[in-house]
Design a protein around this ligand. Sequence first.
Ligand SMILES: Cc1ncc(C[n+]2csc(CCOP(=O)(O)OP(=O)(O)O)c2C)c(N)n1
Ligand SMILES: [Mg+2]
Length: 556
Amino acid sequence: MDQSVNAKSNLRTGGQILIDQLVAQGVERVTCVPGESYLAALDALHDSKIDVMICRAEGGAAMMAEAYGKLTGRPGICFVTRGPGASNACHGVHIAMQDSTPMILFVGQVDTGMREREAFQEVDYKAMFGSIAKWAVEIDRPDRIPELVARAFRVALQGRRGPVVIALPENMLTETASVSDAPRVEPAIAWPAPSDIERLGTLLAQASAPIVILGGSGWDEAATKGIARFAERFDLPVATSFRRASLFDADHPHYAGDLGIGPDPRLKARVTGADLVLLIGGRLSEMPSSSYTLLDIPSPRQRLVHVHPGAEELGRVYQPTLAIEASPIAFAQAIERLTHQTAPAWKGAAAKAHADYLDWTEKPRELPGAFQYGQVVGWLRERLPKNAIVCNGAGNYAGWLHRHHRFHAFAAQLAPTSGSMGYGVPAAVMAKRQYPERVVVAFAGDGCFLMNGQEFATAVQHGAAVIVVIIDNGQYGTIRMHQEREYPGRVVGTQLQNPDFALYAKAFGGHGERVERTADFAPAFERALASGKPAILHCLLDPRAISVSKDFGPGN
Ligand SMILES: Cc1ncc(C[n+]2csc(CCOP(=O)(O)OP(=O)(O)O)c2C)c(N)n1
Ligand SMILES: [Mg+2]
């Protein structure tokens, strides 16, 4: 160890070194559920300016950190304890992986002197997170913290973004070392070569029915605007991928809609009938590809131009005509110089696609029962400010939101492409902490809500006035729907007896209301907003209204 005077004055515990690295990386906020395994790191947070969001379960804490990554583009940071804490946090790490979100999960670990004995709560985190994190590592010496934490930020941010897990042995955090801090990591950005852009220009010139699809991560607002200008210059229709609707303003006359679950058949036909698909940032995985039916594997019939920051994703499933290893941000800048000479062959296609989109999303269908959920989403569509952040987890209730809500602002949609229940509430809590001036609404099913409903307490404790809209149909409706299709009339494992969620909100110190009829929603929403408190609107949906497109009943 360096014995110089300077080095001695720089002597810090592992915990202090670790938190100093986070400060150096610009971390402003972490989420956690405490554990005795990382007390020294917690103690170092005591003296830092980093905001510590204390959560009620590690699943929620990890999802909040993941949402931070989606909102800011920098890794969300979460601290959890060993064994049980780490297993709870898996949920958030998996979301970050499937959503390509930068995130770092710090996990307390047993003393290195006890390793391999299956000591109290001991787990091998490299093995546990091996296939759901982008990288997992254990730091066994405090003097290696700057090196490995800086690398973790790079891994989380470079190429295809994703989650990193770092295990912190307890003794390592209390040992001291003298070591310099690492500088803030600015990720290397993959740029398209000028020849890539030229070739794209040639392919566009040869096309007669092109379509653009936006997805993935690593965007910023400027990049979404750059793509909009590109679409205007070439009169291109632009679709968004599953749960990436906020990458393109729904009001834009070129917006063709989103390729989610049960997309508009006209949009599907646009993709299958296209002769050129320009996929930017996304992977066109199972959900946005309608179970891999839109493009043939391995060789799509359409010419495919795939733009992705991760080289390993190019040609992983679909062999593209042109693979461009580039971040969406760099690509959006590089195509500024691509202009066209003549009117494109597909002139008017974007306007037609947008008209179809408006038609598909405009009018909700009539549902059984007194609560017209579609109309409520339609009302919110007009009422919410354009920069409102709308979150959800998984369940058929999300179908109405995806179909009838319109997203306008960058990162206004926080939703897991992994279809993970329980995401909406923690994501909303983080969003409201980051953007206290924006309206933040979380939608949840009666099943979804109680997967992380405990984080409503976190919202109250941290003054995050989110509005949670619970759509209560008394069942795990999505699974009941599949059950009725595969095993009609044999209902098992899908029925729920629910608490009074309005009372739940009040018990936690929030605002709560029960909404049974459509007309009661708007005033309840206004009161929730005016209360300035975290709020729950407990809405009762007729269980026969099983999905946005159909009811239970004869012929369905
Ligand atoms: C963590 C997790 N567990 C289980 C599932 C499987 N699953 C998907 S949707 C669903 C039911 C959702 O129920 P609810 O939130 O009430 O919404 P609904 O479908 O009734 O609108 C289940 C159990 C999942 N996607 N995620
Ligand atoms: Mg339900």
